[in-house]
Unconditional design. Sequence first.
Length: 338
Amino acid sequence: MPDLYDSQSPLATAPDATPPGPSLRTSRLTLRAFMAEDAPHFHRLINDWEICRRLPDAPFPYPAELAEGWIAASLADRDAHRAEQFAVVESQTGTLVGAVGLKLAKGQKAAELGYWLGRAFWGQGYALEAVRRVVEWAFAALPIAHLTATTAADNEASQAVLARLGFAADGKGSKVFMCRPGHKLPVKHFKRPREGLEPAAPEAAPARTLLVVAVALIDARGRILLARRPEGKKMAGLWEFPGGKLEPGETPEAALARELAEELGIVTDPRDFAPFVFASHAYEGFHLLMPLYLCKRWQGEPAGREGQKLAWVAPDELVEYPMPPADRPLIPMLRDFL
């Protein structure tokens, strides 16, 4: 997972060309799927010894036909859910500056991160900006529990980017690099769990107690409704019970009825909420206290009105959905009760 490369000419794209898959944005960059038209620019950037010596799968010189084949393979891998490869493009100029991608493990429970930039774009913060965006998207949109990455042992710039994004050293090894056939070079391995996304607070602060309320909505088939935290929120990508914070002067039941109307568009009667259990968990900077209610009656069809995905889940299948640490201990009690 080396650094990145260079291009002097803007990327020419047909006005009606729409790359497949998600398009991600940062303050300066657009991350989108590669297209066949990218091949000449891709080749111009990657055909650089300082790039190829940092990439295990890049020969040097890098043939032009290999660039075309790599792009075609990246699109096939995306269709087959084997990988998500993104072209990194300057938003204002349309210039291709590099690539960042994820190779997905079977079942998509883990993924390997890789990236590189053209040499002309080193030292401008593009690597951190692009990789951070993909890491945030991956944990919000995919069911992965952790990310891994491997760098050449001397690639200190990439190692610094990984450290900034919560990756920790996970051992050393050696690997054959195509640019030096027949030789194994030392590499370093890194790993980043989902929970590591939030950086630690610089200074310890007295923990405050945050009171939130949640509910297990149970349908006629005995399934429980879970909502997935959307991208941009803390712990994005994790599944949780619907609910939220109390406003001043609210009772827990009134707050829950209000939150369900705002989040899911359903009407509930606070008298239909049955107190069940509560969670008490220490997070970074605050302590969460969360009473959980049960409810089997409401009006309307639940819909994610704040961009969150919803899932009706059988009690025995709750363990298959990654949840915040405070919610996980509630699963056995719900499963046994229902």
